[in-house]
Design a binder for this molecule. Structure first.
Ligand code: ATP
Ligand code: MG
Length: 308
């Protein structure tokens, strides 16, 4: 990595001088590649104190690659503005970040590769009306569905706040969506998304059920298991090959420089994109080779913006 490459990591909430423990090994690997690591106060950023959030970033830092916890798109834009006021900036623009981070931003480019989805803006604590929900569900194929917001689901509360056995069952739809909005609280991002449920299977060779592909400059640079996967084992390259071409085209259409796509094998043998994310805030599987990942971040800064 060039000595000029600078990564912006979240600091430890209890000790601003340290990188957050969750990212400490990553930061160390990046430093070993010659990167400079500077720190962001993530709590202050999310709390609205943007000046404090960037207080430890040296003036004149230039372009910064963020690696850290998810940031709401509006806070990411505020972070970029605060950095610009002191001679820095985020290398991934706020517009690019929102497009990759929120489902309505990436959906059109991936519509043929991902479960059908429809969404409605919603404020924290305010689920859509019963009529609004029914109309939303009608835009999807009949059958089961799932609910999430523009960024996250509550997959760990599957029956209560994620899975909808029948989208035409207005009572169950209201109950599950209502519970989802309630549990998300202030963290509700953007609004409510309903998606058609598709049946995914575990690949036959004991590989991870979801594969995370890290793309930069429109090329797949790294394959990892989804961070939740108990195993780091990946499907054979030949098994994935059929799925990769169409995803590459969609990533290029999206036009963001650093993104992840999570792929799962549908029961009919077709690879599907479960979701897209901004690479800066996508979590890593525990088995990832950190020097290899640091090398991926190294390449990023040499990439030109993809044409949209
Ligand atoms: N349309 C769908 N059909 C079938 N299963 C789905 C669908 N959408 C989501 N799931 C299941 O729910 C899980 C969580 O969904 P998703 O990845 O969209 O949410 P998330 O909360 O952003 O998860 P994470 O960020 O941890 O990957 C997926 O890994 C998948 O197993
Ligand atoms: Mg996911």
């Amino acid at each position: 990595m060039s000595a000029a490459a600078t990564l912006l990591h979240c600091c430890d909430p209890l000790d601003e001088r340290r990188v957050d423990a969750h990212f400490a090994a990553e930061a160390q690997a990046a430093r070993a590649c010659g990167a400079t690591v500077v720190r962001l106060d993530h709590d202050a950023l999310l709390g609205g104190d943007t000046e404090r959030a960037v207080a430890r970033v040296p003036v004149g830092a230039g372009p910064l690659w963020y690696r850290g916890w998810m940031v709401p798109a509006e806070r990411y834009a505020a972070l970029d503005e605060a950095l610009r006021a002191r001679g820095g900036s985020l290398a991934v623009t706020p517009d690019e970040y929102r497009r990759a981070h929120e489902l309505p931003g990436w959906y059109a480019a991936f519509a043929h590769l991902t479960p059908a989805g429809a969404w409605l803006p919603a404020a924290p604590g305010q689920p859509p009306t019963a009529d609004g929900l029914t109309a939303l569900a009608r835009r999807l194929p009949a059958g089961p569905g799932i609910v999430k917001d523009y960024v996250k689901s509550r997959k760990h509360e599957w029956d209560e706040a994620c899975f909808i056995p029948d989208l035409a069952d207005a009572t169950a739809l209201r109950r599950v969506v209502g519970r989802f909005v309630e549990l998300q609280g202030d963290a509700l991002a953007g609004g409510v998304v309903l998606r058609a449920f598709e049946r995914f299977v575990t690949p036959p060779d004991g590989a991870a059920a979801e594969v995370r592909i890290w793309w930069s400059g429109g090329e797949p640079r790294l394959l990892t298991a989804h961070p939740d996967s108990p195993t780091g084992r990946l499907p054979a390259a030949e098994a994935l090959a059929s799925g990769l071409g169409p995803v590459r085209d969609a990533v290029r259409e999206l036009g963001c420089r650093f993104v992840t796509t999570d792929l799962a094998l549908r029961e009919d043998g077709v690879w599907r994109v479960v979701e897209v994310g901004d690479g800066q805030v996508s979590d890593l599987h525990k088995d990832v080779d950190l020097p290899v990942f640091a090398g991926l971040l190294t390449d990023l800064r040499h990439l030109v913006q993809l044409a949209r």
